[in-house]
Design a binder for this molecule. Structure first.
Ligand code: ATP
Length: 481
């Protein structure tokens, strides 16, 4: 038995599960399988199968009432740190439908593909580099497989009345390229010198061979990416800076314990990359990528710029005869012109939400055959910040007071506040534990008499009696954690 920070760690030999006993003597167990979280997502309205009533569509999911809030809060947590708290990063929201030429010169049209292998026995189609054993079918175990062939991941579009079905545009497979093609627009409209960055959050589309792991690998997903443009002589310094900053964000802002994260440098680098490292999270079936930090050198601006011959481009780029704009930077003081290097941070928002939910999901054994599931989210991330519950739904004075508290809390502008006016109090607490609401405020007959209410804390289930005039202040303290 180990003693760690007032918490006991017990190894359950039979189940192979680590469980903890917290200060209140409550036994907790982390999520054991992805299925626990998938079931919660459906039961409590976080994520639904896309096109569900017609049998679904592989790799597409719909986000429900609490899923949209959690996604929004994760985006805000990223934007706050990457844009609002810095002087050197601007935001961008580029179109999802893009000119074919973007992807010709980025290299995607030629080589954004995965190695597809088919099983001749059962017909399963697999991505070779993600197979459990590259010689055997993941589905039926047969050794009779086709040789791998490149499978294009971009989704082509045929737009305009004259297109006649021919692909003349693409849905973007990442946000990054639309950032590079806007480099000059942002530079010319803002007062920046190197280094500076452009941040984007938005949808990306990839025709993945085998979508899997719920929202881990989808065909339509969302990315939060930042491209930091630096002088070529400073690339290594900024690569390390962003690697450390992004890891710190996962720990401090999302609340993921450091031991559930690791940095894995790429052994095999993409042709354009000088360095690449993945942040990996420990999912129930092992560590996997949630974010990548890449030193892409001058490949991107060098690929999309006009007048390539006039610029000293280091990366190996395709000759570009179509670009109308020079994507370089001239220092106003020294007069030096460079094609900036790019340090990229690329995170999947859906995958991040999944990691956050898996980390927060806690199954607590309360003793006497009772248990509860609680989502121990950082309060700032919680889909509902507070729920107000009148104990007697048929007492108009309690209901009226509950409405007043809801209005008061909504005026704080901290996110969703719910009035719970259905079910009994036990069911209300259980629902809010499962969606991660940090605090419930209960109005009872005593509230009408003495102007106090009960605050019930999600993680400890502790209750405190608070004067009405103190409710907003206490809720803010809880949300700010
Ligand atoms: P993978 O190796 O898993 O295919 P990648 O290295 O191609 O991912 P990037 O292009 O670097 O991924 O994208 C950045 C981030 O976007 C990833 O770290 C991941 O969180 C997310 N992401 C990529 N592909 C998908 C997908 N199909 N579904 C959901 N999220 C994705």
């Amino acid at each position: 038995m180990l003693f760690v920070n007032k918490y006991f760690l017990l190894q359950n030999v039979n189940l192979g599960i680590i469980c903890t006993i917290n200060k209140n003597g409550v036994q907790t167990m982390p999520a054991k399988t992805l299925n626990d979280v998938v079931a919660l997502c459906k039961r409590r309205g976080f994520i639904f199968t896309g096109s569900e009533i017609y049998g679904g569509l592989g790799g597409a999911y719909d986000y429900g009432p609490y899923g949209v809030e959690l996604m929004k809060n994760i985006r805000a947590a990223w934007w706050n740190v990457m844009v609002y708290s810095r002087d050197d990063i601007e935001g961008l929201d580029a179109a999802l439908i893009t000119n074919r030429l973007l992807w010709k010169y980025s290299g995607h049209e030629g080589c954004f593909s995965d190695p597809l292998v088919e099983c001749k026995k059962c017909g399963a189609r697999m991505r070779q580099d993600k197979m459990r054993d590259e010689t055997r079918c993941d589905n039926c175990g047969s050794l009779d497989l086709t040789p791998p062939r490149p499978y294009m991941l971009m989704m082509g579009l045929s737009i305009g009345a004259t297109a006649d079905g021919a692909v003349n545009a693409y849905l973007r497979p990442e946000t990054a390229t639309t950032t590079y093609t806007n480099f000059k627009n942002v530079l010319d409209s803002t007062p920046h010198k190197l280094p500076f960055g452009i941040a984007q959050i938005g949808k990306a589309f990839r025709n993945e061979i085998s979508p899997r792991g719920f929202v881990f690998r989808m065909r339509e997903f969302e990315q939060a990416e930042m491209q930091y443009f630096v002088h070529p002589s400073t690339d290594e310094k900024y690569f390390q800076m962003w690697r450390d900053a992004r890891l710190a964000w996962w720990i401090n802002v999302l609340g993921i314990p450091a031991e559930k994260l690791r940095l894995t440098p790429h052994e095999k680098l993409a042709h354009y990359a000088k360095a690449a490292v993945d942040i990996e999270f420990e999912f129930p079936d092992g560590f996997d990528e949630v974010e990548g930090i890449h030193n892409r050198q001058d490949f991107d601006l060098g690929s999309h710029t006009k007048a390539q011959d006039e610029l000293n481009i280091n990366a190996h780029v395709m000759p570009n005869k179509d670009s109308t704009t020079k994507l370089s930077f001239t220092d106003p003081q020294s007069g030096e012109t460079v094609v900036p290097y790019v340090i990229e941070t690329a995170m999947g928002v859906n995958r991040t939400m999944l990691a956050v939910m898996i980390n927060a999901y806690t199954d607590e054994d309360l003793g006497d055959g009772k248990s509860r599931v609680v989502l121990k989210l950082k309060p700032r991330l919680a889909p509902v910040k507070a729920a107000v519950i009148p104990l007697a739904r048929n007492m108009s004075d309690q209901v009226e007071l509950a409405h007043q508290i809801v209005d008061q809390l909504r005026s704080l502008g901290i996110g969703r506040i719910e009035l719970e006016n259905s079910g009994n109090i036990g069911k209300n607490y259980r629902r809010h534990d499962e969606i991660g609401t940090p605090v419930c405020i209960t109005v009872d007959h005593q509230s009408i008499e003495d102007g106090t209410v009960t605050l019930r804390h999600r993680d400890t289930m502790a209750q405190e009696r608070v004067a009405l005039s103190d409710v907003s202040r206490r809720v803010m303290e809880i949300i700010n954690g």
